[in-house]
Ligand binder design. Structure first.
Ligand SMILES: [Zn+2]
Length: 256
């Protein structure tokens, strides 16, 4: 029984994974992500059901488009496997049966984080539509589970406000280069993480993302720092291990 549940969760993760690729490609181009059928980005041929089965389509088609035989990038396959594994890892660190509603909210929220990560890394921006989607999930989650609201509000308002003030101050000091040090998209995203998981989680996520960003800066050459991308990575790592972090969370949690 448990095995069937875990396999289903992994498959759900891979289905989400193939949607992420599409969303990351289409959202910045303002293309429809729900009604327009998928098509090959090389020959534009509309893709059928059997071209769209995560992982299996890639393997059976030998990593090529069925119609034009153009190579499909391996990273699509890797992303599908990776999101399947992330979904599975989150289920494995929790009691799935007792937490199925809780988990569903987390999966829907994480889906948004994956897409935000991809778009921020490629385009250095976080679309407002995605922020709105995450806010709706977070608000519904807080209402359904009647979570400690003070913790969430501090995460949603106070911490982003501090970032905003630091941002403004740095902007005023740095007269030669009129560029905002931290993008407003990133600040909005930090606020949303706070609304969903609370202030304590948010502080951990900011700390971890700072470490990962520094590592990322050594590996990649960026025009700007896609901090939203790194916040997504750090938050997803923390969400997986969240059930083991309660003591640290309680230590940081001063409010409610
Ligand atoms: Zn093709």
């Amino acid at each position: 029984m448990d095995l069937i549940i875990y396999i289903s969760i992994f498959i759900t993760g891979t289905v989400f994974g193939s949607f992420f690729t599409l969303a990351v490609y289409r959202i910045p181009r303002k293309e429809d992500i729900v009604y327009v059928r998928s098509h090959c980005t090389s020959c534009n041929h509309e893709l059928g059901f059997f071209d769209l089965i995560p992982i299996f389509s890639y393997i059976f088609l030998g990593g090529r488009c069925r119609y034009c035989k153009e190579k499909i990038r391996i990273r699509y396959l890797l992303l599908e496997v990776f999101s399947g594994l992330v979904f599975l890892a989150i289920a494995l660190t929790r009691n799935v049966i007792d937490n199925i509603v809780d988990l569903s909210f987390i999966y829907l929220f994480i889906a948004g984080m994956f897409i935000i990560a991809g778009i921020d890394k490629e385009n250095y921006t976080i679309p407002n539509g995605l922020c709105l989607y995450e806010i709706i999930i977070a608000l519904t989650y807080n209402i359904v589970f009647r979570t400690a609201i003070i913790d969430k509000l501090i995460g949603f308002i106070v911490i982003p406000l501090i970032f905003y003030i630091i941002d403004k101050a740095l902007f005023l000091l740095n007269k030669d280069e009129k560029k905002i040090p931290i993008g407003y998209g990133d600040i909005k995203y930090v606020a949303i993480i706070g609304l969903m998981f609370g202030f304590s989680f948010q502080i951990l996520s900011i700390a971890l993302s700072t470490i990962i960003t520094l590592i990322g800066l050594i590996i990649h050459k960026y025009k700007e720092i896609p901090w939203g991308y790194y916040i997504s990575i750090s938050s997803i790592i923390l969400i997986i291990f969240l059930p083991y972090l309660n003591e640290i969370i309680d230590l940081i949690r001063i409010w409610g």
